[in-house]
Design a protein around this ligand. Structure first.
Ligand code: NAD
Length: 484
């Protein structure tokens, strides 16, 4: 058992947080540093009893946390955000060690987590009077759901955990965070740090193996699952949650198109597109995963992307100047490599990259496949790694139809100096987030979610707060019962 408080050390002692205590388990496991294959420290493998204990503690905590004033909840969250900021350099280093992303991006992710915690506290759900006359008042109000579970993937463990903790707590719901077994470390430390600011049971973090997610979604105690991960797992989560009619928010996979018109500054846009395809080694739900460039500028655009991509350094994220760290885990590495084995089989033209060196660590060379068929695997599936198809177009309606011709609908962007043209195209794209002349830029005040198989519901913004609540219509007569 660890102790909570002044001795907080981001790099040592990784415990579950259950009912305000740091606990471990008889059996433990560890993740590995994807840059060198070295083991990271041991972490708990939660048991069904740990799940029962955490759910029971959260239910108990709900009684008072749901009644705490909005101001009290907000103040606790802001103090937590300040503490995370105080330790941001250490969290950044730990994130690189467990996730693989380069240090500057790891630090950026922790800062984004702090920003999300703070920005979300600025939102507040107000009661709305939707009808009023001298006889009655009709009020719509939002009441907390109960206990929530936040299931987090391995690509952005800090930002995505913070993005679930803040709206759940603000709306009065204790939360249990379940990190991916590949990246439990920063989330366990977030849980430990949180104990200094929230009553026992309000923020709990459980690490475990592949059993833990299904145990939590099937458990009768929690009232909502906020899930971020792949579409395939999202379907399993929904199926499991349906047995108890738990509420679900599902943030799932993407196959984001970027449409580049002929009216652009080729060099600067090509650099931005490559950056947004290869950032986090392509392991972003909202990475650009299909590039549609106007046929008339294709050659010049491809060449500009190629020369920029060649300048991107691949390596251990702890080294200076690295842009692409390793892919996060062996499962993902093997999956991404299947797209490389398809290069020869499918006769794809490689504009840059195409070959990976055999060395320790899951490193993948950023790769652009030039003009593959629209129905090829690289143009239809989500590799979740640094390999992207470059496609061309000539007719506006046709490229819109092709961009929308997917089961995914997470993000999409249009790039043009002609803002009328760009906005016209953008408004016809079927995705939860659509950008003009940028991609991936998110705002905690705006709802984030996917259309089609990219998700159900959304997080963040006022609507994201509502997703952690029941809606209640309150009909109040203005006369005493005896006078009606
Ligand atoms: P994943 O679906 O394999 O795992 C996500 C989380 O679910 C992990 O914590 C995992 O342990 C847990 N899990 C696995 N099986 C489960 C089950 N049966 N029941 C409950 N929980 C279970 O996803 P991943 O590989 O960690 O992440 C990559 C995927 O996530 C990509 O498809 C990516 O596009 C998507 N993603 C989406 C968003 C978004 O906001 N839309 C953000 C990041 C990643």
């Amino acid at each position: 058992m660890g102790s909570i408080g002044a001795s907080f050390d981001v790099f040592n002692g990784f415990y579950n947080t259950i009912n305000g205590k740091l606990t471990s388990t008889e059996k433990t496991r560890h993740g590995i540093n994807p840059a060198n294959g070295k083991p990271n420290p041991e972490v708990p493998i939660s048991t069904p009893k740990d799940v029962d204990d955490a759910v029971a503690a959260a239910k108990e905590a709900f009684k008072s946390w749901s009644k705490a004033s909005y101001d009290e909840r907000r103040k606790a969250l802001l103090a937590f955000a300040d503490a995370l900021e105080k330790y941001e350099n250490d969290f950044g280093k730990l994130l690189t060690q467990e996730q693989g992303k380069p240090l500057q991006f790891a630090l950026g992710e922790v800062k984004t987590g702090v920003h999300w915690l703070r920005a979300l506290t600025k939102l507040e759900l107000q009661e709305e009077i939707v009808e009023e006359d001298d006889q009655k008042q009709v009020i719509v109000r939002y009441t907390p759901l109960g206990v929530t579970v936040g299931i987090v993937p391995w690509n952005y463990p800090v930002h995505l955990a913070c993005g679930k903790i803040a709206p759940s707590l603000l709306t009065g719901n204790p939360i249990i965070i379940k990190p991916s077994p590949f990246t439990p470390y920063c989330d366990l430390k977030l849980g430990e740090l949180a104990q200094q600011f929230f009553p026992p049971g309000v923020v709990q973090v459980l690490s475990g193996d592949d059993n833990l997610g299904p145990w939590l979604t099937a458990h009768p105690g929690p009232d909502k699952i906020s899930f971020t991960g792949s579409t395939a797992t999202g379907k399993k989560v929904m199926e499991s949650a349906s047995k108890t009619l738990k509420r679900v928010t599902l943030e799932l996979g993407g196959k984001d198109p970027a449409i580049i018109t002929k009216n652009v500054d080729i060099n600067s846009v090509a650099e931005k597109i490559a950056t947004l395809a290869f950032l986090n080694s392509g392991q972003i739900c909202l990475a650009i995963k299909r590039i549609y460039v106007h046929e008339s500028i294709h050659d010049e655009f491809r060449d500009a992307m190629v020369s920029f991509t060649k300048s991107l350094k691949v390596g251990d994220g702890a080294e200076a100047g690295v842009f692409l760290g390793p892919v996060q885990n062996s499962m993902q590495y093997e999956k991404v490599k299947t797209f490389f084995s398809d290069i020869e089989k499918e006769n794809w033209a490689v504009a840059v990259g195409g070959k990976n060196e055999e060395k320790p660590g899951y490193f993948i060379t950023p790769t652009i496949i030039d003009k593959p068929a629209d129905n090829s695997r690289i143009a239809t599936e989500e590799p979740f790694g640094p390999i992207v198809p470059l496609l061309t177009w000539t007719d506006e309606d046709d490229v819109i139809a092709r961009a929308n011709n997917t089961k995914m609908g997470l993000g999409a962007s249009v790039w043009s100096d002609d803002l009328d043209e760009a906005t016209r195209i953008a408004r016809q794209l079927d995705a939860g987030s659509v950008w003009v002349n940028t991609h991936l830029e998110l705002d905690p005040k705006a709802p984030f979610g996917g259309h089609k198989e990219s998700g159900i519901g959304f997080e963040w913004g006022i609507g994201g707060l509502k997703a952690f609540c029941n809606v209640q219509s309150l009909y109040l007569k203005k006369k005493p019962a005896s006078k009606i």
